[in-house]
Design a protein around this ligand. Structure first.
Ligand code: SF4
Length: 219
């Protein structure tokens, strides 16, 4: 069991899967910059994250539901959870639904986030959560995602990787990949094409650059 202080935000999973350096910049160095993609995603989530619920007989929709798992060491929020209530009380089934901008992606970034939500809901309600759903803004439809053994294993291994990165306290070196870096909100601070930034904390790299510039001016 993990302490409240040691819980990993579920959002970190998509960052570490997209790029370990991006994860470290955001979660270890606490650097965040908006770009068009993140701003659009934020607006979408602000629309659905307001905590409220809609109740029908034996069916309940919880919007912006806070979730956590002390067993897995995860914490986060679900855009929407559909709860099917047991006639005698309690929750019989739970379905997490995650709203995303754009279209479905080849990478598992959205699926691991959904899986982590399912793991939390399983612990919270002592049930199995065999599937979740992703709703993509551009597609205007829900896609069902099986929370199968492979997806669970991948999600758990990402959590382990995050804990290893946190323990190391280091920022992985930048590896420039056009398809990722060109849409990354942190490209300007990461400087992936600059060999000097690789493997160093960005703040220390920038400080070194300032010191070098000052030394040049003093000559
Ligand atoms: S710019 Fe590229 S290497 Fe740097 S954090 Fe973003 S995706 Fe990773």
């Amino acid at each position: 069991m993990y302490n409240e202080d040691d819980l990993i935000p579920i959002s970190a999973l998509q960052h570490v899967l997209f790029c370990e350096r991006q994860y470290a910049l955001i979660h270890i160095e606490q650097i965040w910059k908006e770009n068009f993609f993140t701003a659009e995603g934020k607006v979408l989530h602000e629309r659905v994250d307001v905590e409220h619920h809609e109740l029908r007989r034996l069916f309940r929709q919880e919007f912006g539901m806070a979730i956590r798992s002390l067993g897995r060491g995860l914490i986060g929020k679900c855009d929407l959870v559909e709860l099917y209530l047991a006639p005698g009380g309690g929750v019989a089934e739970a379905m997490p639904v995650e709203f995303k901008r754009g279209k479905g992606k080849e990478e598992d970034v959205d699926r691991v986030q959904l899986c982590a939500q399912a793991l939390c809901l399983e612990e919270m309600f002592s049930i199995e959560v065999p599937r979740g759903q992703l709703y993509y803004l551009q597609e205007h439809r829900r896609t069902s995602v099986e929370i199968d053994g492979l997806l669970r294993a991948k999600t758990v291994s990402l959590v382990d990787r995050i804990r290893a990165l946190l323990d190391s306290g280091t920022t992985p070196a930048a590896i420039y990949e056009k398809r990722k870096c060109d849409r990354c909100s942190l490209v300007e601070v990461c400087m992936p094409k600059s060999a000097g930034a690789g493997g160093k904390r960005v703040d220390r790299f920038v400080q070194a650059q300032i010191r070098a510039a000052r030394a040049e001016c003093a000559l």
